[in-house]
Design a protein around this ligand. Structure first.
Ligand SMILES: Nc1ncnc2c1ncn2[C@@H]1O[C@H](COP(=O)(O)OP(=O)(O)OP(=O)(O)O)[C@@H](O)[C@H]1O
Length: 389
């Protein structure tokens, strides 16, 4: 017989080793309890988490959606420049239609009767001057209001600024009115029509639910407790639900998010698949970092005056943009994910033996006895060749 020593002998022995499982039944209160508890934990995970909570037996699909909106409401303003004025939807929704979003004017700085002519630049904006030498003819500064004529003219009795060729008189650099001019906008309402589709399940639905009839739609306003199915939302309610004050937000404007969630279990009746609405403010409203707050832009309305001269009214408009965001996932029973999850669960049950073995063989007081019983060796290496069976 060949002789082997050291590492070579171990390798030799390991190579010609055959392990076969044998069943060791430990009749012990402690070990039995440990086994059952571990099994119970794994089964609870499979049933509770994988099946019930995560619905591992379902195939899923994400929502496809379309959104249209219509705003309604009337506001009244009374200013020295314009007198009494009515504002309706065609005046304050800009542009009239957008994709998944709408903008409502809430505050304005108006500059009336601008014509293309000469006038002094704004003071304290880098265009102050003492003589014509300080002004450069033809200069168009991005932060300026027009093209410089090269002349230094009186802005007021004390201040002189460079003259510009521009839409004059220039807009005054003032803070937006507070309270906001269109504060009435808090009572405006918006009808949101949202149709959704889960293509994998050929399932369609819209947020005007089947039981909502014409007469109900004509008079309802969304309320989480009394009218949760009404798709008409009052602006103030939406802003309040986002923990904001409408009148404060309306001064500088901002961005609001209208979130519509469609989480649907299509194994249940389709009437259970209903939208859930939540509202939050999307733009930054940090009281510490309040440089350049809110949302505003300029636009103008053009007309000809009595002298047939082109004239415009410039409006610096502050307002709230509402972004409608639709998201959701639907699930329906399917055999493939069911089998996958059941298979994974059964494989996990195999872990119970590993965990129990480890505890029994390392932590229990009788671990040596268990070890002796669990591993037994039949060593044929010492047999002489003529003794081999
Ligand atoms: N923002 C809103 N606030 C309150 N009700 C609204 C609003 N938008 C629409 N509605 C009402 O909801 C219903 C459906 O509106 P839809 O736009 O489909 O129909 P419509 O006949 O064109 O509406 P309308 O002519 O009144 O604007 C109508 O009764 C409409 O008056």
């Amino acid at each position: 017989m060949m002789k082997h020593t050291g590492c070579c002998a171990t390798l030799w022995q390991y190579f010609f080793e055959y392990s076969t499982p044998r069943i060791l039944v430990i009749r012990s209160l402690k070990v039995g309890t440990l086994n059952r508890i571990t099994q119970a934990l794994v089964i609870a995970y499979i049933i509770g988490y994988v099946c019930v909570l995560k619905k591992g037996y379902q195939d899923t699909d994400t929502v496809l959606s379309s959104v249209t909106t219509k705003v309604k409401g009337i506001a009244l303003t009374n200013t020295t420049d314009m007198g009494l004025r009515i504002w309706d939807v065609a005046d304050y929704v800009i542009p009239p239609q957008e994709e998944n979003s709408f903008f409502v004017l809430t505050n304005l700085v108006i500059t009336l009767n601008q014509t293309q002519s000469h006038c002094p630049e704004q003071k304290n904006t880098g265009f102050d001057c003492t003589s014509d030498r300080d002004c450069k003819i033809g200069l168009r500064d991005t932060r300026g209001n027009g093209v410089q004529t090269g002349r230094c003219v009186n802005y007021s009795a004390e201040v002189k600024t460079c003259e510009v060729w521009a839409w004059c008189p220039l807009e005054l650099d003032v803070d937006p009115p507070d309270p906001p001019m269109l504060g009435d906008a808090e009572n405006f309402t918006v009808l949101i029509k949202n149709s959704i589709r889960y293509p994998k399940f050929n399932f369609n639905k819209r947020n005007i639910l089947p039981h909502v009839n014409k007469s109900y739609l004509e008079q309802c306003v969304f309320n989480r407790t009394t009218d949760p199915d009404c798709p008409i939302f009052r602006f103030k309610d939406m802003v309040t639900e986002a923990n904001e004050d409408f009148q404060i937000m309306a001064v500088h404007g901002g961005v609001m998010g209208v979130q519509i969630s469609w989480e649907c279990d299509l194994d249940m009746p389709s009437s259970w698949c209903v939208p859930k609405y939540t509202f939050r403010r999307l733009d930054n409203k940090d009281p510490v970092n309040n440089v350049a707050p809110g949302y505003n832009f300029r636009f103008a309305k053009y007309y000809k005056n009595g002298d047939n001269q082109e004239t415009r009214t410039l409006i610096k408009g502050y307002g709230i943009r509402f972004d409608v965001m639709v998201f959701g996932q639907a699930g329906r029973f399917n055999i493939v994910p069911t089998l996958l999850n059941v298979g994974a669960g059964l494989a996990l049950l195999g872990l119970v033996t590993v965990v129990c073995d480890w505890i029994v063989l390392t932590c229990m007081t009788r671990k040596t006895i268990y070890k002796e019983q669990k591993y037994s060796y039949v060593d044929d290496f010492h047999l002489l060749p003529d003794e081999e069976p």
